[in-house]
Design a protein around this ligand. Structure first.
Ligand SMILES: NC(=O)c1ccc[n+]([C@@H]2O[C@H](COP(=O)([O-])OP(=O)(O)OC[C@H]3O[C@@H](n4cnc5c(N)ncnc54)[C@H](O)[C@@H]3O)[C@@H](O)[C@H]2O)c1
Length: 277
């Protein structure tokens, strides 16, 4: 199949790199124009390298290389007014809006007694309030288009209480709930809302590929050493350690396309069985 989202416009937060860029390219390959938004700046407490304006510009260049139109803007998903104006500017530039992917997020590892107020507030602010901001600022444009598909990026940690990431787990469970609630209220406008739940994905956020000198990895390994029994919660049943961005992008593409026209309020896992283990 090709042209599975031909002529549609998709908005993606966190579009500078990682899964956000992968979603942009997979949807562009199948005919969509792209609005990519990203903070392109470091966030306090986050151990891995921040995305840059060059990363966001690279996403735009790659989308254009696929023959599709693209609009990019630097904006923080925590900024409701900024999200409203960036989204409107993108819709004005590309003509409409059909698909929204609330993908921007951060992950900070900390055992429960090392979670500071800053870690809590930043994680909830970006991963949960940022998703709410994305939906409430984009849904009016989908209503104008006569319907659409909203995909909220949660995590296996939005289904299971993954250890040593309690703020992240709370934020991602919140995202799971938001998808369910919005799905019902927006259904009258022919807008579908689903959430996706990946296990570890090979992106700069992932600790897996980093060397033993990486501080985020050291924090995780120390937490595991202090409480080894519960780390088994991360086990997938398939013989894999992580998935690739293309795996989550293919799930996003399905949910964005008309192949999923009656699929809504679903929590879709891409997790090798981990959330059922
Ligand atoms: N990598 C994993 O193991 C994994 C697993 C499950 C779910 N997820 C989720 O997938 C999503 C994408 O993560 P990724 O793996 O591509 O990581 P990533 O760090 O490569 O990408 C996240 C992007 O979001 C942007 N971002 C962060 N805070 C922002 C803000 N306040 N406003 C706007 N943009 C902001 C970053 O600049 C970055 O470009 C996140 O929601 C993450 O929680 C990741």
């Amino acid at each position: 199949v090709s042209g599975r989202v031909e002529g549609k416009v998709a908005l993606i937060t966190g579009g500078a790199r990682g899964q956000g860029r992968s979603h942009a390219l997979r949807l562009a390959e199948e005919g969509a124009d792209i609005i990519a938004l990203d903070i392109c700046a470091p966030i306090r407490g986050v151990e891995y390298e921040a995305a840059t304006e060059e990363d966001l510009a690279k996403t735009a260049e790659l989308v254009e290389g696929l023959g599709r139109r693209v609009f990019i803007e630097k904006v923080d998903v925590r900024d409701l007014a900024g999200m409203r104006s960036a989204t409107s500017a993108g819709v004005q530039a590309l003509g409409s809006l059909d698909i929204v992917i609330a993908n921007a997020g951060i992950a900070i590892c900390a055992p429960w007694d090392k979670v500071t107020a800053e870690i809590w507030n930043d994680t909830i602010g970006i991963n949960l309030t940022g998703v709410w901001n994305t939906v409430v600022t984009s849904a009016p444009h989908l209503i104008d288009s006569g319907g659409g598909s909203i995909i909220l990026v949660s995590s296996a940690a939005g289904i299971k209480g993954m250890p040593f990431f309690s703020a992240y787990v709370a934020s991602k469970h919140g995202v799971t709930g938001l998808a369910r609630a919005f799905a019902h209220e927006l259904a009258m406008h022919s807008i579908r809302v689903n959430s996706i739940h990946p296990m570890g994905v090979n992106t700069p956020m992932s600790m897996r590929a980093k060397g033993p000198e990486d501080h985020g990895r050291q924090v995780f390994e120390a937490a595991v050493a202090s409480n080894p029994k519960i780390v088994g919660m991360y086990t997938p049943s398939l013989p894999i350690d992580e998935v690739q961005p293309i795996d989550t992008s293919n799930a996003v593409l399905y949910l964005a396309s008309d192949e999923a026209r009656y699929v809504t309020a679903m929590a879709m896992t891409i997790d090798g069985g981990q959330t059922q283990y």
